[in-house]
Design a protein around this ligand. Structure first.
Ligand SMILES: [Zn+2]
Length: 173
């Protein structure tokens, strides 16, 4: 039996992320305290789960109650915002292509600011939201792939900024 908490938790969870239930490579894994240490949560396995690093960062020091809300907002289709939940591996860059420049624009911050500014004219349909995000990123001289677009929308959902019900989108900004 593994003795390090992370190894032990990954083993106990059958190698899957606690939240998104996708295979969790150790390099992508971190220990999440359900009741955060900052709120006197214990280090015991009872209070800890292994999960994708990104969701751990998003949950941060939220109270357990807030975390449950975030998880419930996903309607049982929880996908950690790092794309591990996508079944396709990230495409490898062609060997003869120059490495893509790192994004200069923080798409998430730009899109969130734009949605806040829109007030009552926020897109009400998923497809409209997607075109709005593409246009917003383009206006900010940034770029976004379809996969990044999906991840960004999931990120907004995980952060409870928006809720998607079928094709409809609602906001709490
Ligand atoms: Zn995960």
């Amino acid at each position: 039996m593994a003795t390090k908490p992370l190894d032990r938790l990954i083993f106990a969870q059958g190698g899957l992320c606690f939240f998104c239930n996708m295979p969790l490579p150790k390099s992508e894994a971190s220990v999440e305290h359900l009741v955060p240490s900052s709120r006197a949560g214990s280090n015991s396995d009872d209070n800890c789960v292994a999960c994708c690093k990104t969701i751990n960062a998003l949950l941060g020091s939220m109270s357990l109650k807030e975390k449950i809300r975030v998880v419930l907002n996903q309607n049982g289709k929880f996908i950690c915002p790092n794309g591990v939940g996508n079944s396709q591996p990230a495409p490898a860059a062609p060997a003869n292509a120059a490495a893509p420049a790192p994004p200069k624009v923080d798409n998430y911050a730009v899109v969130l600011a734009d949605l806040k500014k829109r007030g009552a004219s926020r897109p009400r349909k998923v497809e409209t939201l997607k075109s709005t995000i593409r246009a917003t990123v383009k206006n900010a001289k940034g770029s976004i792939t379809e996969a990044q677009l999906e991840t960004l929308i999931k990120h907004l959902q995980v952060n409870a900024k928006l809720t998607i019900d079928g094709t409809k989108v609602s906001y709490s900004l």
